[in-house]
Design a protein around this ligand. Structure first.
Ligand code: GTQ
Length: 371
């Protein structure tokens, strides 16, 4: 079904002078006639304002580096270049209800602690020496690693390397929190957290997902994962193992969700993340679903077709898929696997019963590419 203003059962009132006058009177008492907006506010299918888009890392990286010399990290709060969707330049969303940005920290830098309602996650692009303290726990992260900062958890970041910059990508649910009018923000009363002397202790306790602490540490009742950081090597090995044991997914290649080891569910109640591997030359079938996705190319090169348009990508590039947009991925390298990190708001869609998915069955499962 497509949009039409002349379908029985849909609003199809033609305007005339009497009605226009009536609408003006309604406006004067802060009211309106539903039928003038009904088709827009209840579309046949999702109509995101944000559009598919791709950002080349080679364009963003020099600008992110420039920011390092322009502002001090703590003066800026966080020194981040955020991505702005070309279809919706106001607000904070890169796509749908999610935000992303590239944060840079120079050698030896560190910032003060804060917390907020928005949940955050990190994916490290480059640099050694990055750390973040989350809930008093120091996490050390390197390229390809994934870490979470759940809603309400104090966090402070830094770079302990002597000579390399760190660039990591932040993903947050800021637009969702604001849409729900639920935003709170607090600077740490002592500016810095008391840090547990054992770094990465959540990984030491929960890093082997199928082996759980027994008889201790078993009172975790929070809605987010007790494991805060997920190393790249582990997901890389796991994807190769999965590829030996399974045909994978027709729409996603081989894909794993970073999960809460206690529940098997998403790492946080509002955001989830995946890493997927495409075999050399692999082309997936197109699908579409509710929920918004931000992809980051962790390794390799290829392209994705999103809503009928081709977007070529290589390591570090970031692209987004709005809700209900058809998308499919191709690894162009005949010899090497490609890896796509992604994060999404699927947990929100699922918990509200908004999740819908459709796999393309026409045209052998592939979109026609325009232009
Ligand atoms: O790391 O605290 O990119 O609060 C945007 C908002 C990062 C953070 C962002 C934030 C942060």
């Amino acid at each position: 079904m497509t949009y039409s203003d002349d379908v029985i059962g849909r609003a199809r009132v033609a305007s005339d002078a009497t009605l226009d006058e009536f609408y003006e009177v309604l406006k004067g008492v802060n009211a309106g006639a539903l039928w003038t907006v009904a088709n827009d506010i209840e579309p046949w299918f999702p109509q995101p304002k944000t559009v598919p888009a791709l950002w080349k890392y080679r364009d963003l990286r020099p600008l992110v580096e420039q920011a390092l010399g322009l502002v001090k990290a703590d003066d800026a709060g966080r020194r981040v270049i955020m991505l702005v969707n070309p279809g919706k330049q106001d607000g904070s969303a890169v796509v749908g209800n999610v935000y992303t940005g590239l944060q840079i920290m120079g050698p030896g830098e560190s910032m003060t602690a804060h917390r907020h309602m928005a949940a955050a996650l990190r994916f490290v692009h480059e640099g050694k020496g990055a750390w973040t303290v989350v809930d008093g726990q120091k996490l050390t992260v390197g390229p390809g690693d994934f870490a979470i900062t759940p809603s309400g958890a104090f966090h402070e970041h830094g770079n302990e390397s002597d000579d390399t910059n760190v660039i990591w990508q932040d993903g947050l649910d800021i637009p969702l929190v604001n849409a729900m009018d639920a935003g709170f923000y607090q600077v740490h009363p002592k500016l810095y957290q008391d840090v547990d002397p054992v770094p990465n202790h959540s990984y030491l306790k929960y890093g082997v997902g199928q082996l759980r602490p027994y008889g201790f540490e078993d009172s975790w009742s929070k809605r987010y994962s007790p494991l805060f950081a997920y190393p790249w090597e582990q997901v890389y090995d796991a994807l190769h193992n999965v590829a030996k044991a399974s045909p994978g997914s027709e729409c996603d290649g081989y894909i794993l969700e970073y999960s809460n080891p206690l529940t098997g569910g998403s790492v946080m109640p509002t955001l989830s993340a995946h890493m997927q591997m495409l075999l050399p030359g692999q082309a997936t079938k197109a699908h579409r679903h509710t929920g918004s996705v931000v992809y980051t190319v962790a390794q390799g090169s290829g392209y994705s077709v999103i809503a009928g348009k081709r977007y070529d990508w290589t390591k570090g590039d970031i692209f987004c898929v709005p809700s209900w947009a058809w998308h499919e991925h191709v690894n162009l390298d005949p010899n090497e696997e490609a890896f796509l990190f992604s994060f999404n708001d699927f947990p929100v869609m699922r918990s509200l019963d908004f999740w819908r998915e459709e796999i393309m069955r026409d045209n052998d499962g592939h979109q026609e590419i325009s232009e």
